[in-house]
Ligand binder design. Structure first.
Ligand code: AHM
Ligand code: MG
Length: 333
């Protein structure tokens, strides 16, 4: 039977005990925003809204129009819902503190459109979100409300705009995936309680950075390729340049994704990915799906953040593979 995301969200919230329904409504807001972003992504070529605006984001990277659209849409929807008090976005240097009149009890950290370099070539992109409780006292949130360790997350998820649009989320009771049926305009349950398969088929890493990797990453990648201490069979390599898409493939087919630390850019010693808007939500999902997420020597979700845009090395996917990477790291310490 067809199960819509709305029904599923309500059923999941009931598992938390008696609630006000605010949490369900917040997840539902994100699902509605995802439908609008999906529509714009599908019409990108037609609308001629592909292309750079000429602006740069706080990371010094080029911002494309769909990034701006997605960011503004989500901020607009979330900051007028009465459910959210602060929003940390990859596209904004500072957290957005919601006006007192509209402030609610949740915090959302998000990457409104991840992998935006893929827009111009019709490859997959995604939206990533992390939901946290308000920590500060009083109605108005403080900047530090966004700076919480991943273990505090109440829910996390992503939307992948691929060959179909898929929303994958967890509220701590496993991971579920929904596919947008464009004929009825609803996300319907397509992946119930999805878990990483035991067998790891793929590894996903930017091999172009190999010259800058440390010894740990070099040894691990040699292993998965079957060089030296051979696995039963070498893993296949898949890398599309959008973490959501690489993670999703690995979740469904079995795999490990890496954006390790490297020496490519002295300003980014911890690699490229952001702890709060990319690493933590994916780590939450990975753990909920029986996988693991490490910064190389420890659990990503235990990092205590100090900056909204701080970066972390990410090794995420099948638990045994993440553990193998950590073992190599320990052996070389
Ligand atoms: P973005 O948030 O600026 O779009 O960049 C994040 C993306 C990840 O989704 C992806 O895994 C990674 O950057 C790819 O980076 P690289 O091109 O260095 O391999
Ligand atoms: Mg991103």
């Amino acid at each position: 039977m067809l199960k819509t995301i709305e029904r599923h969200i309500i059923e999941e919230e009931r598992k938390l005990g008696p609630t006000s329904g605010t949490f369900s409504n917040l997840l539902h807001d994100i699902a509605v925003a995802a439908k609008v972003i999906s529509r714009e992504v599908r019409r990108a070529g037609i609308n001629d809204i592909i292309g750079a605006t000429g602006d740069t984001n706080v990371q010094g990277e080029q911002v494309q129009k769909l990034d701006v659209f997605s960011n503004e849409l989500l901020i607009n929807m979330l900051s007028h819902s009465g459910r959210v008090c602060a929003i940390g976005s990859e596209e904004n240097a500072e957290p957005i503190i919601v006006d007192e009149r509209w402030a609610g009890k949740y915090v959302v950290n998000m990457d409104p459109l991840d992998g935006s370099g893929n827009i111009g070539v019709n490859a997959s992109i995604g939206t990533i979100f992390s939901i946290l409780p308000k920590k500060s006292d009083g109605r108005v949130a403080q900047s530090f409300d966004c700076l919480q360790a991943g273990v505090n997350q109440l829910a996390a998820g992503y939307v992948m705009y691929g060959s179909s649009t898929v929303l994958v989320y967890s509220t701590g009771f496993g991971v579920h995936g929904f596919t947008l049926d464009p004929t009825v305009g609803e996300f319907v349950l397509s992946h119930n309680l999805v878990r990483f398969p035991d067998r790891c088929k793929y590894y996903s890493v930017n091999e172009g950075n190999a010259a800058y990797w440390d010894e740990v990453t070099r040894r691990y990648i040699e292993f998965v390729k079957g060089i030296g201490d051979k696995p039963k069979r070498p893993f296949g390599h898949r890398y599309i340049g959008a973490m959501v898409a690489d993670f999703h493939r690995n979740l469904i087919d079995g795999g490990v994704f890496l954006y390790p630390k490297d020496l490519k850019d002295p300003n980014k010693p911890n690699g490229k990915l952001r702890l709060l808007v990319e690493a933590n939500p994916m780590a939450f999902l990975a753990e909920q799906a029986g996988g693991w997420a490490s910064h190389g020597t420890g659990r990503i979700m235990e990092i205590v953040p100090t900056d909204l845009h701080q970066r972390t090395p990410v090794i995420v996917g099948n638990r045994a593979e993440v553990a193998r990477y950590e073992e190599i790291a320990k052996g070389l310490q």
